[in-house]
Ligand binder design. Structure first.
Ligand code: SAM
Ligand code: SF4
Length: 332
């Protein structure tokens, strides 16, 4: 049977879902949420596992084949592995990826490998324990570091997500690149975005992808540009002779919207067809209101066919004008 692919109103295929399984987290990364945390949703407002499974089945029937589970911290959701076991067996789902801070992840690596998890994105902004504590407001560096080591040994492909922050981790950028010397990991430097649960952001971002790249190139003048994967958000590079790769993600500058194939579903089931919109469809209420799969599909197709051209247009159409929600509620 020929695989269905759905295109949005700008001719971009939609085949990648990032789904937040929870808005809760065991860290308080300062770029993601305030020190006191965010107001978590009552549990009954979160999608149940059955609802998540159903939604993914319907999306898979529309051509979504790549799923990323994120949050919040996915592993703080009880019985996450039970959900993953179900998702990997859904017809049409070809790849399941995870984004995690690594604190509760290690005991599950063996099973993740057995289930064929396609890759794990591990958030790690510094290699220094004290700086880790300052950035995440928790003393958990060792757990994340140990998870990284175990993931490497397990040979599950690993991408390290590093948010670049003025005055916080600039001294870490070169040591992070050095990780790629002997390890076959991809270190990706991400521009800091305003999704911090507070509504304050720089008037002008200092560490843009261009500046990050200049910084790296000043240390590695021979840095080689690699061919970027289709629909990738990262510009990929490699230091000649190193095993791993280095990526730079223009998350705030939004240079990659033209090939964006992603949609997001928040922990409470809100569909976002762009990271910068504030939700275009409430799938939870549709499902709880008794909508059939056909009705759910029609609503999803409708949402895909009125997608903003790029993150700037999506931001301009927001009902809540200020981008202030925590990345933890969106699913980064
Ligand atoms: N808790 C998991 C983790 O940290 O990997 C998954 C959720 S977290 C929201 C997903 C990704 O979003 C992380 O890699 C994090 O660094 C990134 N992120 C969060 N807030 C951000 C912000 N304001 N700007 C850029 N990236 C951000
Ligand atoms: Fe938690 Fe991830 Fe947000 Fe850090 S970035 S507070 S680990 S959800």
């Amino acid at each position: 049977m020929k695989k269905q692919v759905l295109y949005d109103n700008h001719g971009r295929p939609i085949n990648y879902l990032r789904l937040a399984v929870t808005d809760r987290c065991n860290l308080r990364c300062f770029y993601c949420m305030p020190e006191e945390g965010i107001k978590y949703l009552p549990k009954k407002q979160l999608l149940t596992f059955e609802e998540i499974e159903r939604l993914i089945q319907v999306l898979a029937s529309l051509g979504v084949s790549k799923i990323r589970l994120t949050g919040g911290e996915p592993f703080v959701r009880t019985d996450l592995m039970q959900l993953i076991r179900k998702i990997v067996s859904i017809e049409g789902v070809e790849q399941v990826h995870l984004t995690t801070n690594g604190i509760l992840t290690a005991p599950h690596i063996h099973e993740l490998k057995e289930l064929g998890i396609a890759s794990v994105n591990l958030s790690l902004d510094t290699l220094d324990r004290e700086r880790f504590k300052t950035i995440t407001r928790r003393d958990e560096f060792e757990s994340t570091w140990s998870t990284l080591q175990q993931l490497i040994v397990s040979e599950i492909p690993v991408k390290i997500n590093t948010v670049v922050m003025e005055g916080k981790n600039i001294d870490d950028l070169i040591p992070m690149v050095e990780l790629t010397r002997t390890h076959n990991v991809s270190v990706r430097f991400i521009e800091e975005m305003p999704f911090n649960g507070e509504g304050n952001h720089y008037a002008k971002l200092t560490w843009t992808y261009k500046k990050i790249l200049e910084w790296i190139k000043s240390e590695y003048p021979a840095l080689e540009k690699l061919v970027d994967e289709p629909h990738a958000t990262a510009y990929q590079y490699q230091v000649p002779g190193y095993r791993g790769k280095v990526g730079v993600i223009a998350a705030f500058s939004r240079t990659f919207c033209g090939t964006c194939n992603r949609i997001r579903v928040t922990a409470q089931g809100t569909l976002k067809t762009c990271l910068y919109d504030d939700g275009v469809l409430n799938t939870r209420d549709l499902m709880r209101g008794g909508a059939s799969d056909e009705v759910l599909k029609e609503n999803l197709i409708q949402a895909f066919s009125s997608r903003s051209r790029d993150g700037f247009e999506a931001e301009s159409k927001r009902k809540n004008l200020v981008v202030s929600e925590s990345m933890s509620t969106i699913g980064g």
